[in-house]
Design a protein around this ligand. Structure first.
Ligand code: HEC
Ligand code: HEC
Length: 297
């Protein structure tokens, strides 16, 4: 009877897990249509027929570039630049060496984005194409980044670390990112170090990424928690300064931290499986039969 109940319990558990898995994977991998990917990821930096933004206007890109080339470029534009692909190098230079961040998308998903761009391009008349106005990031008082001084940089640092909270409740950047700064002891290791983000992406790219993060984890963290214009200004002032001064900073030792975070990851996973399988049959069925028989003797 007890065994029967336990089996019933196990069945329910298994059913629950089977029900949860497709839900989890559908929330993680639901972006199978090109439109959704374009709007959530690419649009931060590209338009279709509205001119240059951080990157080129992608109108009719399918006619200008081969599909295989686009797929490789979206996956890792810098690999192509470093391998000396002449088109990739010339676009990279034309766009002031702003790095287009790698996208972990499958070929099929990139093809679906290309199809969306093609479809959308056919609805835009090319005579409408005008470049987006030149980028000048200012705060609400109209000050430009060049006018940011020590105080602004320091406020940016406070937002970055969480010492100052974002108005709309977004998480501090430091929970996922590290920057190398002498008085900083630890930073998030989940994502890229931002010490030289400014060199990699320049103001345009960093601004686009903060405004509309093209990375799933970061996007989720800031959904409905948009960074305000002034907060962005302070963050950019801070990141620009950090980038400029990075040659004077002493890098921290990463190796140990990687080991620690590895251990933490394992512990979390084990805890997860522990919960899922809590109450599983601890002994074999044979053992239970054996115990019963021993008792009845
Ligand atoms: C953070 C900004 C950013 C994001 C996000 C981004 N790109 Fe780009 N993209 C660029 C920049 C900048 C260039 C110019 C090339 C360079 O600097 O390497 C570029 C170039 C391109 C090119 C070459 C176009 C041409 O006309 O030569 C294609 C194709 C492209 N991007 C597709 C995409 C797609 C598809 C996505 C979304 C999955 C995407 N990009 C997301 C910044 C971005
Ligand atoms: C929940 C985690 C998370 C938070 C919080 C977060 N990010 Fe990110 N960010 C990411 C991930 C993931 C990437 C993708 C790059 C990578 O794989 O590391 C990224 C990429 C970036 C990049 C592009 C880096 C590059 O060189 O390609 C910039 C710039 C950036 N984030 C800025 C910020 C800023 C500024 C904040 C605070 C307002 C912030 N992020 C908060 C997770 C996060």
């Amino acid at each position: 009877m007890i065994l029967h109940k336990k089996l019933e319990n196990l069945k329910q558990r298994t059913l629950l897990i089977l029900l949860i898995i497709p839900f989890l994977s559908s929330t993680i991998f639901s972006q199978n249509d090109g439109e959704k990917i374009f709007l959530t990821v690419c649009r931060a930096c590209h338009t279709i027929g509205q001119g240059k933004l951080v990157g080129p206007d992608l109108i009719n890109v399918q006619d200008r570039l081969k599909q295989g080339w686009i797929i490789n470029f979206v996956k890792s534009s810098q690999t192509m630049v470093k391998n000396g692909d002449s088109i990739a190098v010339s676009i990279f230079n034309e766009f002031n060496k702003v790095i287009m961040p790698d996208q972990a998308l499958s070929d099929a998903k990139i093809i679906s984005v290309i199809n969306y761009i093609k479809e959308k391009s056919s609805t835009v008349s090319t005579t409408d194409v005008v470049d987006a106005p030149p980028f000048t990031l200012t705060n609400s008082l109209g000050f430009t980044l060049d006018q940011a001084g020590k105080d602004e940089i320091n406020i940016g640092w406070q937002y970055f670390t969480g010492e100052k909270r974002f108005k709309n409740g977004g998480p501090p950047c430091l929970s996922c990112h590290n920057v190398v700064k002498d008085n900083l002891i630890s930073g998030g290791l989940l994502s890229k170090d931002l010490t030289n983000a400014f060199s990699r992406l320049n103001a345009l790219g960093v601004d686009a990424i903060i405004s509309s993060p093209p990375f799933p984890i970061m996007r989720t963290a800031f959904t409905d928690k948009e960074i305000t214009k002034d907060e962005k200004y302070y963050l950019l002032a801070f990141l620009r300064e950090t980038d400029k001064n990075s040659i004077y900073q002493h890098p921290v030792n990463y190796d140990k931290r990687f080991i620690y975070s590895g251990i933490a990851g394992v512990v979390i996973l084990l805890g997860f499986f522990g919960i899922v399988w809590f109450g599983r049959k601890r002994n074999t069925v044979n053992k239970q039969i054996y115990n019963r028989q021993k008792k009845s003797k």
